[in-house]
Ligand binder design. Structure first.
Ligand SMILES: O=C(O)Cc1cc(O)ccc1O
Ligand SMILES: [Fe+2]
Length: 452
């Protein structure tokens, strides 16, 4: 291996220069060290680690999980984590809610749509700027999810966080963020996503603000790549496009706070140093980022509109095959070529509940009103579909091959009904007139077949 491609050398450079670098692959068994020979070879727990480091395992799955699903990472760190978090004090993070959270005064049954949540006067961080929109399932039994909007203008300074409750899928819509994590640094911008594993400590800095985006908090089993079935080994999200950071550590001694989300509650602990002190690590339980522009969509090339599951980027299983705890689905720019076909999404009712967000541009089923930064919720078994202008347009358009451009929306689709928070129902800019977008769909039936 030449010097330039040697991950050890890259990470050493990375740690010193503070630049971010990544290793390709989804769920790979990675190894990386920010100082030469910090990573033990051939074993996990030497009697004494080099540099006086402590060896520590982070288990993301039970010890006995089947081999293909078993995930853990070995960290070689300046202090063991137990020196970072002890003597907890309960704190309030009022806008970050967890399931079950059903407010009797809030009705969740319905079709809802929101304008972008505006930035506030305060200077919120990733923690204080998190606004829960929906919750589903139960955080205590590790099933379900929550969807959030984040509004961030301030970096976390000497402040760290981890969620024992969940894996976090972060979908930026505006602004650039840096996730300084125990295992390395991820820089993130709109049209990219990051996946932060349960239990991993991080700090979020604003590189370019204000920052707004969406978070899917997964209480259940981890996000995985979907099986492609007959599609074969390529297209959709390809494993090599997922990027995991190389090791980068901080040897900083300053009064700091670590906040933990645990069973829906928040606790803080004070420490005298940065917990991001992992000098080297190896394993397959690690954060990653993914550029949504590398998603290769597959679709109908003759007629009809397939189910949106063909656009699944990541899926978090629920234990029932084909019934996801969460699917993360991407509607990106693509060619529309189907002949004699109503090309936008069809009208439907779904046993899964669909939370959508617009990252960029125009969504074909809702040409107006569903704008970047905005969201919609079509809850379990509640009918929805194209609005009246979209229906008329798509029913009458000349069906030439058409490139859908300037479009990127996503869906957090879960098997569980999603319950609105008070914030979503009462504070966020809910569009009271949303359901009127279907009012103009008139009766066309007159008992005769033919042109309508
Ligand atoms: O409701 C939506 O807009 C999402 C959606 C898109 C699609 O192409 C088919 C079904 C579906 O639920
Ligand atoms: Fe839908």
């Amino acid at each position: 291996m030449n010097k330039q491609n040697d991950p050890a050398k890259l990470s050493a450079v990375s740690a010193r220069a503070g630049t971010d670098r990544y290793m390709p692959g989804f769920g790979n068994d990675f190894e990386t060290e920010a100082l030469p020979d910090a990573l033990p070879q051939g074993q996990n727990s030497p009697q004494k680690c080099n540099y006086g480091l402590y060896a520590e395992q982070l288990s993301g799955t039970p010890f006995t999980a089947p081999r293909g699903q078993n995930e853990r990472t070995w960290c070689y760190r300046i202090r063991p984590s137990v020196k970072h978090v002890s003597r907890f004090e309960k704190i309030e993070v009022p806008y970050w809610k967890s399931a079950p959270h059903v407010d009797p005064d809030v009705i969740s049954l319905g079709q809802y749509r929101w304008d972008p949540v505006p930035h506030t006067e305060e200077d919120p961080t990733f923690l204080t700027g998190m606004r829960t929109v929906t919750t589903a399932g139960d955080v205590n039994t590790q099933v379900g999810m929550a969807s959030h909007v984040y509004l961030i203008t301030a970096s976390m300074v000497d402040e760290y966080f981890y969620s024992a409750d969940s894996e976090l899928l972060v979908v930026p819509q505006e602004g650039r963020l840096r996730f300084a994590t125990e295992l390395g640094i991820i820089d993130l911008e709109p049209q990219e996503i990051a996946v932060l594993p349960r239990g991993m400590v991080f700090r979020v800095e604003v590189l370019d603000g204000p920052a707004r985006g969406f978070v899917c908090e997964n209480y259940g089993a981890k996000f995985d790549l979907p099986s492609r079935g007959p599609i074969g080994a390529n297209c959709l999200a390809n494993p090599r496009d997922f990027k995991t950071p190389v090791a980068a550590f901080e040897d900083v001694e300053r009064p700091s706070t670590v906040t933990i989300k645990w069973c829906g509650q928040f606790h803080a602990t004070q420490i005298g140093h940065s917990p991001l002190d992992v000098v080297a690590w190896h394993g397959n339980y690690a954060p990653c980022k993914y550029d949504l522009k590398t998603f290769s969509p597959v679709g109908a090339i003759l007629f009809d509109h397939p189910d949106p599951s063909i656009f699944t980027v990541l899926t978090a299983p629920s234990g029932v095959e084909g019934t996801a705890n969460i699917d993360f689905v991407l509607f990106r720019d693509r060619w529309n070529v189907a002949e004699n076909t109503f090309r936008p999404p069809w009208y439907h009712k779904n046993i899964m509940s669909e939370l959508m967000g617009n990252i960029h541009g125009i969504y074909d089923a809702k040409p107006k009103g569903f704008v970047p930064g905005g969201m919609s919720l079509h809850n379990m078994m509640l009918p929805h579909g194209p609005d009246q202008p979209a229906f008329e347009g798509a029913s009458n358009v000349d069906l030439q091959p058409q490139k859908l451009e300037n479009t990127m929306s996503f869906m957090f689709e879960t098997r569980f009904p999603q319950h609105l928070t008070e914030f979503a129902a009462k504070e966020a800019p809910l569009q009271d007139d949303y359901v009127e977008c279907w009012d103009g769909l008139e009766k066309k039936f007159d008992g005769t077949p033919g042109e309508k």
